[in-house]
Design a protein around this ligand. Structure first.
Ligand code: AGP
Length: 609
């Protein structure tokens, strides 16, 4: 939930840290700070607010150094303030730490340290780390950090430096991600890949229980006990340009428009058109394993759980197996029943969501087969699942997930087809029909994107409403859930989603002229039922916007506004129906002046409970 960046090398360190923090800001932006060390000793600058505030402050009062650490915060302990901003220091001010995660035993440690006369200045759990390092410091920062880690419980990605052991940064990982970029004569550490790509494509991904001691010669890796370890240095193929806006006003809009290519990239190499088959060997789930699967359990959070919900319908209809969708934050604490021939699919674009990772670990302890769908190469979830099917969406900077949702649905469609293929479920012709339509989706999404201006106009008419209802049925009920989440999380308008058939069981009481309804009503098996739901709303003066097939000439008589989408295979409608809803939420939020890419109270990757 926070972003950490560190640098040792020949470049001027403050600009490197600031640029890195800007690329990490989607992880948290309550407050920010940097600490740099050099001939003038240790210098800190911390502010409440975003990295831009930090940058302005530094422009007025520059600090110099040859190496340093930076941090952008999403508050967990201690309200957002300059005082609680990282980096934090020990009593002497000679030791500096930054931290992402939660020290669960910080209160008992704080009491122990206070009894030893350590003076605390903040409400944060992080400050405890600085005083622990001070307590154990006997000349070696590495050893002092190691001793501190031994008494800390919880989740932490930590960076530390000290003028009493100059010229080095020590980092450690237990939970939240920490990566080490190995450049030519320079090393950069970061919570994710984006800040590193500006300097080097060569990256080591720390695993839980691993540390790096970095100096001018580069990084040296050990475990928490000091045992040296060899780390694989991976070459990342993303180019830095992918994390720029490229002319779009916001990352979110850019990412909405990237969806056609994301579908193509996620399908690439995974379809054999002449055989009419999907290729899933990379997941490690061979035909024999797939054939033996009797049930799927899909575990995720937020938007990823909505993709999981679409996957449920795909698995039932294509593969003929029951599929249950579970919120990770609930499932991990349940006495869940998991049979040995179940396949657990965990879905997480960041691959670091704490609840999803914990749920994965819980099911693995039961011996269940696990498959991750994630967008983050070598993320914790990718590494700990039995197999992984990567979405190839590229970095998603906007906090609101868009292209990764579509990429997740693409991956789930491939898995459903693969299971159908292995189990002989649905006919080869039926599977081929879906495969061929998958290939047409990018062009159909492009058609919808070509009508973005019409949706922007619509946003003007609806931007002042305080409430919204989203309705969908069958495979489009999860799309209604996703549309409601998009609107509420970036425009702060209250939005709820319901299965259309549920309206008469209570929600219809909400309907009046102040409660517009966005309905997804393609010509599928529940079209007539949805039409009845809309008639019930119309009869109560409800305003209705309908996402409907462009060749549906009758729908205009039943609703106030029609948002046309191309027709497609009924099971694949979610790929098309979600795009107008993403655009609708985006334009309303932008017109309301909301911070679209960094909505209040949110963070891109929820790496704490
Ligand atoms: C979606 O717009 C939100 N940013 C949020 O619900 C997100 O989908 C959720 O936190 C799950 O994240 P993950 O896919 O990285 O696990």
């Amino acid at each position: 939930m926070c972003g950490i960046v560190g640098y040792i090398g020949p470049k001027s360190v403050v600009p490197v840290l600031i640029d890195g923090l800007k690329k990490l800001e989607y992880r948290g932006y309550d407050s920010a700070g940097v600490a740099v060390a050099g001939a003038a000793g240790l210098r800190l600058c911390r502010v409440q607010g975003k990295v831009a505030v930090l940058e302005e402050t530094l422009a007025k009062s520059p600090i110099e150094g040859t190496y340093g650490l930076g941090h952008t915060r999403w508050a967990t302990h201690g309200r957002p303030s300059e005082r609680n901003a990282h980096p934090h220091v020990d009593c002497s001010g000679d030791i500096v730490v930054v931290h992402n995660g939660i020290i669960e035993n910080y209160l008992s440690l704080k009491t122990m340290l206070r009894d030893e006369k350590h003076e605390f200045r903040t409400e944060t759990d992080t400050e405890v780390i600085a005083h622990l390092v001070e307590k154990f410091f006997k000349g070696s920062l590495e050893e002092a950090v190691r001793a501190a880690l031994a008494v800390m419980e919880g989740a932490f990605a930590v960076g530390a430096m000290s003028v009493k052991d100059p010229g080095r940064i020590v980092v450690a990982k237990m939970g939240p991600p920490l990566l080490v970029g190995v450049g030519e004569g320079e090393t950069i550490v970061s919570s994710d890949i984006n800040p590193i790509l500006a300097h080097t494509p060569h990256v080591a991904f720390l695993e839980d229980g691993e540390m790096a001691v970095i100096d001018a010669a580069g990084p040296r890796f050990t475990d928490f006990k000091g045992k040296p370890i060899e780390k694989k240095i991976e070459k990342i193929l993303w180019n830095p340009l992918m994390i720029e806006k490229q002319g779009f006003k916001h990352f979110m809009l850019k990412e909405i428009f990237e969806q056609p290519q994301v579908v193509r990239d996620t399908l690439m190499g995974r379809l054999s058109l002449d055989q009419g088959e999907v290729l899933l060997d990379e997941t490690g789930l061979g035909p024999d394993v797939l054939r033996g699967i009797r049930r799927a359990v899909l575990i995720a959070c937020g938007t990823s759980s909505h993709a999981a919900y679409v996957g449920k319908y795909l698995l039932e209809s294509l593969a003929g197996i029951p599929a249950d969708v579970e919120f990770a934050s609930e499932y991990r604490y349940r006495d869940f029943i998991l049979e040995r021939d179940a396949l657990v699919i965990v879905i997480s674009q960041s691959g670091e969501t704490a609840d999803t990772l914990a749920a994965l670990r819980a099911v693995k302890s039961r011996g269940a087969a696990t498959l991750a769908i994630t967008n983050a190469v070598s993320s914790s979830i990718a590494r700990e699942a039995g197999g992984v099917l990567y979405t190839h969406a590229g970095p998603e900077i906007g906090v609101a997930a868009t292209k990764t949702f579509t990429a997740q649905m693409t991956a789930l469609t491939l898995i459903a087809l693969g299971l159908a293929q292995a189990k002989g479920a649905s006919s080869r012709e039926g599977r081929l029909e879906v495969i061929e339509e998958l290939q047409r989706l990018p062009h159909k999404i492009e058609k919808i994107l070509g009508r973005a201006a019409a949706i922007e106009d619509l946003a003007k008419d609806f931007m002042s409403f305080s409430h919204f209802l989203f309705l969908g049925r069958w495979v489009n009920f999860p799309v209604a859930l996703e549309g409601a989440l998009k609107l509420k999380e970036i425009s702060y308008i209250h939005a709820e989603a319901y299965a259309g058939g549920e309206m008469k069981h209570g929600p219809i009481a909400l309907i009046d002229e102040k409660m517009p309804t966005m309905a997804i009503i393609p010509k599928d098996r529940v079209y007539d039922k949805m039409l009845s739901n809309l008639a019930e709303i119309k009869a109560r003066s409800g305003c209705i916007l309908a996402v409907a097939d462009e060749d549906d000439k009758a729908i205009g008589d039943h609703v106030d506004v029609v948002i046309p989408i191309p027709a497609t295979h009924p099971l694949l409608t979610p790929f098309l129906a979600v795009v107008p809803l993403q655009l609708f939420a985006y334009y309303i939020a932008a017109k309301r002046g909301a911070d679209v890419d960094q909505p209040r109270n949110l963070a891109k990757s929820v790496t704490v409970e």
